[in-house]
Design a binder for this molecule. Structure first.
Ligand SMILES: Cc1cc2nc3c(=O)[nH]c(=O)nc-3n(C[C@H](O)[C@H](O)[C@H](O)COP(=O)(O)OP(=O)(O)OC[C@H]3O[C@@H](n4cnc5c(N)ncnc54)[C@H](O)[C@@H]3O)c2cc1C
Length: 381
């Protein structure tokens, strides 16, 4: 076991953290409290690409940087500390890149190459108004019409949805004997539309509904045939769930940093509140949850990197880290007293982001059920 970073990782994290303060934080500050417009989001994306954020997970032979998952995690955690919103956009770009790297050459040329250059923003459409945890019950359907497919349905909660130039959409496909979930790459100009959803947090980026009304899609846009789409998505989630967990770590770490500074300055009863044992107990609890989350998450990413089956580790780590962030941000709010609930202090923002992370890419309950299924050998869902 080696818990140290390599020299390269140390240097990469350090220089990336400095770059984030110099180049990305000004964009974040400019749009604080607003949705970051697509142009500014794309500017951030292009600035981040030289650090592997957006292109780092795709192998070099396909035009990416081919970084290992642990290094990506280290950099991603830094980014999420500066901007959880931009980190969502980057996470989705990386996930789309992984899907397209396994697509036919034609799609790699037309979509993966510009995605990795930051010229196209992609998104992934699985969830629907009536379909969340029960992914196999997807209603959006693709019907064959001559050489083309006609896609109809509605997707919900789609990160990057309103920014997107194209979507990788999961549809129920019917194609002679084969049926089941298929994946299609659909361009916005083929006819899908989108509308943003306002949430309790993470409103700097786009979470959107996406609508398909008989959208005509050529056959070569199918990147997983009926029956293969679900497996492809579930494999992708093994690598991406730990990154959602690292967003939770970043949120929690910011809450801890804010709480330490506040406790060292705020005076009550003639002394700084940091000198109270009950405040110290909160700080200790927060720090332990964050550190334990990190260890679980980097272990999961190491599993993914080594090509091992990682669904158990990913679910354990994502569940623990996201629930830890909810607890840590609750402590942070308490340490800040009345100031904590004012918009002037950042902890209320962090407190509103943390629960969102327990839902996205599979709820806390579903992570428990995945863990239970693997350990007990019987599915309870
Ligand atoms: C910010 C954000 C971004 C997202 N981005 C994307 C995206 O880019 N693409 C995409 O496709 N989706 C995205 N999602 C959707 C996300 O994956 C779903 O919200 C999630 O899977 C839960 O689905 P649901 O909201 O329909 O909840 P439901 O499945 O309806 O669940 C409701 C509640 O019931 C519980 N529950 C459900 N089934 C069981 C069971 N068998 N046993 C016990 N409890 C159960 C759940 O845990 C939850 O507490 C995003 C969501 C959010 C909030």
């Amino acid at each position: 076991m080696n818990f140290s970073l390599t020299e390269e990782q140390d240097i990469a994290v350090d220089s990336f953290a400095r770059f984030l303060q110099a180049e990305i934080k000004p964009i974040v500050d400019q749009y604080r409290g607003e949705k970051i417009p697509k142009k500014a989001m794309q500017k951030a994306l292009k600035l981040l690409l030289p650090y592997g954020m957006g292109n780092g997970l795709v192998a070099e032979k396909f035009g990416g940087y081919g970084f290992d998952e642990v290094t990506i995690g280290l950099l991603f955690e830094q980014l999420a500390m500066v901007s959880p919103d931009i980190s969502v956009m980057i996470l989705i770009q990386m996930e789309v890149g992984m899907l397209l790297a396994n697509a036919p050459t034609q799609i790699r040329d037309s979509h993966l190459a510009p995605l990795l250059e930051g010229d196209l923003i992609g998104c992934i459409g699985i969830s629907e108004p009536d379909v969340g945890s029960n992914i196999s019950e997807i209603k959006t359907h693709a019907k064959q019409d001559g050489e083309d497919w006609l896609i109809s349905g509605e997707k919900c909660w789609i990160s990057n949805g309103h920014y997107s130039d194209f979507i990788v959409v999961v549809s129920k496909g019917e194609n002679g004997a084969a049926s089941g979930l298929a994946l299609f790459v659909v361009d916005r100009d083929m006819g899908y539309t989108s509308a943003n959803i306002e949430k309790m947090g993470l409103n700097g980026q786009s979470t959107a509904q996406v609508f398909f009304d008989q959208v005509r899609v050529p056959a070569e846009r199918m990147i997983a045939p009926p029956g293969q789409g679900l497996k492809t998505m579930l494999t992708l989630l093994q690598g991406s769930r730990p990154l959602v967990g690292l967003m939770a770590v970043a949120v929690a770490q910011c809450a801890l940093n804010e709480s330490i500074s506040y406790a060292q300055e705020r005076k009550q009863f003639g002394k700084v509140i940091a000198a109270n044992q009950l405040i110290q107990a909160r700080i200790a609890d927060m720090s332990i949850r964050i550190e334990a989350s990190r260890l679980l998450l980097y272990k999961a990413l190491d599993h993914v990197h080594r090509g091992l089956r990682s669904d158990l580790q990913a679910a354990q780590a994502k569940l623990f880290a996201t629930e830890a962030a909810v607890e840590v941000t609750r402590h942070a709010l308490a340490i800040h007293g009345g100031n904590g609930i004012t918009l002037e202090f950042p902890v209320q923002d962090l407190y509103r982001i943390a629960p969102i992370l327990t839902v996205t890419e599979g709820t806390a309950e579903m992570q428990k059920l995945i863990i239970g299924r693997i350990l007990l050998g019987v599915a309870a869902f």
